[in-house]
Design a binder for this molecule. Structure first.
Ligand code: GDP
Length: 297
């Protein structure tokens, strides 16, 4: 399970101060040494660790704890608050266009789970938001990718707009937008090409697609199992393309959690959904507070 090591470490550390009736600066220092180590072992970005430790330490030796009747529990609450804040605080919503269709561009590296997540998200949009999504197959470089999206579409009974591999992605998207208007689709989800690495051609193509009609959301799909690489990819996509949110996949695996804890802080962009399995219903809205509770027990 994700976060297993981190959860165990942090819970063990916090257990030691839980019942304390008085907490000294030395206690806080000792505790934060453990917390720091646990976060680093969980592959959390170093800068993020430093900032987190600083924020918790400042609050934990401050007035709010001194005046508290249960200082131990108060410190634990501070850790939980700061962990929640680190992951974005409030749950982040999807931005829908005021005048439909809402355009959602799905981007990411090959294998991250982009196509699968496109299907899962379309499913959520239909079921929870009552939308009528159109899936657009704009990855013309891998014929298998178009097939995969069409198979998902069949499975979910959702229409897929595809023009094969001989038409350019820009042209496909233009035609798809026309088609969406005619057929009254209120959401258009573009499954763009993934590459093994970020390269200029990939980014230029994504920029060209973005330029057709400014998307309401540009979601980057990243694999939680890749840890700090996921954070670097997110940073890179955000700097060159500008993303509006992250969909973090494979959180059902035994990832140490570094990506989930670092992405928001590093990119300033929220994690909106998390993938919890291969099935089409295994996509959950990301709740920072619930995730913090899960980690801290
Ligand atoms: P793409 O190349 O980015 O489009 O990636 P795919 O959508 O083809 O996914 C790659 C693999 O990851 C597939 O085997 C998916 O079933 C799997 N996958 C995607 N999301 C998840 C997830 O949240 N959990 C698990 N366990 N597997 C996932």
């Amino acid at each position: 399970m994700a976060f297993e090591g981190l959860a165990e470490r942090l819970q063990g550390t916090l257990q030691k101060i839980k019942g304390k009736g008085k907490i000294s600066e030395a206690d806080v220092k000792e505790m934060m040494k453990d917390v720091r180590r646990a976060l680093i072992e969980a592959d959390v970005n170093l800068k993020v660790v430093k900032e987190f430790v600083k924020n918790v330490s400042e609050r934990a030796v401050g007035q709010e704890v001194m005046k508290s009747l249960t200082p131990g529990q108060h410190v634990i609450k501070i850790v939980k608050d700061e962990l929640t804040e680190l992951m974005g605080g409030e749950q982040s919503q999807i931005s829908f266009a005021t005048r439909p269709p809402t355009v959602i561009m799905m981007v990411g590296l090959q294998g991250a789970g982009k196509t699968t997540t496109t299907g899962k998200l379309a499913n959520v949009l239909r079921k929870k938001y009552n939308k009528k999504p159109l899936l657009v197959a704009a990855d013309i470089y891998r014929p298998a990718a178009i097939k995969q999206l069409e198979t998902l579409g069949k499975q979910l009974s959702l229409p897929v707009f595809a023009l094969g591999t001989d038409v350019s992605p820009v042209e496909i998207v233009k035609q798809a937008l026309e088609h969406a208007k005619e057929e009254h689709h209120d959401v258009v989800m573009i499954d763009t090409a993934g590459r093994l690495h970020i390269d200029e051609t990939l980014m230029q193509e994504l920029k060209d697609i973005r330029a057709i009609k400014e998307p309401d959301e540009i979601f980057l799909v990243v694999d939680a199992m890749t840890g700090q690489d996921a954070v670097n990819v997110a940073n890179n996509f955000n700097e060159t393309l500008g993303i509006t949110g992250v969909l973090l996949t494979k959180l059902d695996g035994d990832t140490r959690g570094g990506a989930a804890l670092s992405i928001r802080s590093v990119t300033q962009k929220p994690i909106k959904f998390v993938g919890m399995g291969e099935k089409m219903d295994a996509l959950e809205a990301f709740h920072p507070e619930r995730m913090a509770s899960r980690i801290l027990g």
